[in-house]
Design a protein around this ligand. Sequence first.
Ligand SMILES: [Zn+2]
Ligand SMILES: [Zn+2]
Length: 278
Amino acid sequence: MRLFIGGARGSRPAIGAAFSEFGGDTTSLLVVGSRGERLVLDAGTGMYAVAGQLAAGGPGDVAVLLSHYHLDHVMGLTMNPLFYKSGWAFRLAGPMFADGGVREAVNRLLSPPYWPITCDRMSARMTFAEFPATEMALGSLRVRGLRIPHPGGCLAYRIDDTDNGGSLVYATDLEWASRTPAQETEFLTLCRDGGGADGLFIDAHFARADAKVFAGMGHTCWEDCVEIAESAGVRRLLLAHHAPDADDGVLRALEKKAKDRAANAELARAGQWLAITD
Ligand SMILES: [Zn+2]
Ligand SMILES: [Zn+2]
């Protein structure tokens, strides 16, 4: 499968020349399966760049998997020009929480007073589904979801391309420090499957030195991400959910530290296309 990173910023967009290398848009990724299946992971402001890549491939079916409904992961739903074009069919899926699931969250956001055009007035076909308790299939792609610790809840996803063997674990947002022993086992098992995922895109919002400041905010330090990847035998570690105040200089320095610790670590950069194969 191939992976396009539309945005990898956390919490809120960052704007300006100082954020041009890693990008300022919040999280949204596009996975293209070996049969051309198109799967969007989260709809942060990077959704606009993802929509540009989708448009280049022509109209058709797109699955959109939302990890949870915090604004930095859904605000790009207001920025997808393809919702207003016929010929497109968007199948949105996400977790069910006590106060509703994907249908409620998306329709609440895309309606007055927050947005003038409701889903039923958009030209694209829009359908909604709770992410199934275990897994779903999309052509050659097998997708599994796992509840991970984050305030209000969040789903990690693992995508396996059953045609070419590539596998990606997507885990944002994640507060690793607040995990239970069972959650640790479940998450590491998901990452370890098949001898270790080929890619792990993971919340590395802060550094271990800041752990006290970030306690309870729902995020993980990059040092924990390196240890998770090592423990699970992950081949390529993509550190993401970059802190909104961290400019290119700060992130380059962080990437150097991470690479000194683990050669397979790198920071996700918006605008990148990556091949995820085994
Ligand atoms: Zn977030
Ligand atoms: Zn969140």
